[in-house]
Design a protein around this ligand. Structure first.
Ligand SMILES: Nc1ncnc2c1ncn2[C@@H]1O[C@H](COP(=O)(O)OP(=O)(O)OP(=O)(O)O)[C@@H](O)[C@H]1O
Ligand SMILES: O=C(O)c1ccc[n+]([C@@H]2O[C@H](COP(=O)([O-])O)[C@@H](O)[C@H]2O)c1
Length: 200
């Protein structure tokens, strides 16, 4: 009997902070595509976001570790955090492919908003040779096809969670609770480190 190739999901994000929308999307794609593992990859320097508004890579990395710790099929990679320069998904995929056993199939998981902007990413066309892209529905964002290559992208409907990191930062700044929007450990981490108190 021949063994099937290992299937790995890669969920990239700024994760400032990581929330249940990210976790549900990853879990749903893992179920639908039979993924053996999902690797969460916090961005190092997300060049399309204004850098002064983004928390430190270590804080975002640690929140991602805390949020995923209870799931044995979730892990966190430092490849984007440890690489110098701006974060490009092409580099993420190259690094992860290099460290994966031969034959590993990679599925890059992303939300509707990110996917519709994908041709603004660095060398976007080359990315489709390294991974299959999975676009998740996201409340408030419609998924239009900006000209994806044939067979390069699948769409997955995930249970709608109208949660965004922007909203969580605003809630913390305004003194509103974020319990149950993010994992409990992340609520505690935000409080302990005093994150987002001055967020606009
Ligand atoms: N509620 C959600 N449902 C489905 N996908 C989501 C959801 N929130 C974020 N995503 C997807 O997760 C990936 C990483 O998102 P990111 O870390 O930028 O979070 P965000 O909530 O969009 O942050 P911000 O509000 O700061 O822009 C993106 O591809 C995004 O589309
Ligand atoms: O490669 C690029 O040029 C590029 C541009 C914008 C976003 N991305 C990736 O898209 C993912 C979601 O990004 P963000 O900024 O919406 O959190 C994350 O993995 C980013 O590294 C990648």
């Amino acid at each position: 009997m021949s063994e099937r190739n290992r299937r790995v999901g890669v969920m990239g994000g700024t994760f400032d902070p990581i929330h249940h929308g990210h976790l549900v999307a990853a879990s749903e794609v893992a179920g639908q595509f039979g993924l053996d593992e999902v690797v969460f990859v916090p961005t190092g320097r997300p060049w399309q976001k204004s850098v002064q508004d983004v928390s430190s890579p270590e804080d975002r990395y640690l929140m991602t570790v805390i949020a995923t710790a209870s799931n044995p099929t979730f892990s966190v990679s430092r490849v984007d955090i440890d690489r110098e320069g701006e974060t490009y998904t092409l580099d993420t995929l190259r690094d992860l492919r290099e460290s994966s056993p031969e034959g590993t199939e990679i599925f890059f998981i992303t939300g509707a908003d990110a996917l519709s902007q994908i041709f603004s990413w660095h060398n976007a066309h080359e990315m489709f040779e390294l991974a299959h892209f999975v676009g998740c529905t996201r409340p408030g964002h419609t998924l239009s096809d900006p000209g994806f290559p044939d067979g390069g992208v699948s769409l997955v409907e995930v249970p709608a969670l109208a949660i965004s990191s922007t909203d969580i930062r605003a809630r913390v700044a305004g003194g509103d609770p974020v319990w149950y929007l993010v994992p409990d450990g992340v609520v505690q981490y935000i409080s302990k480190r005093g994150l987002y108190r001055g967020a606009s």
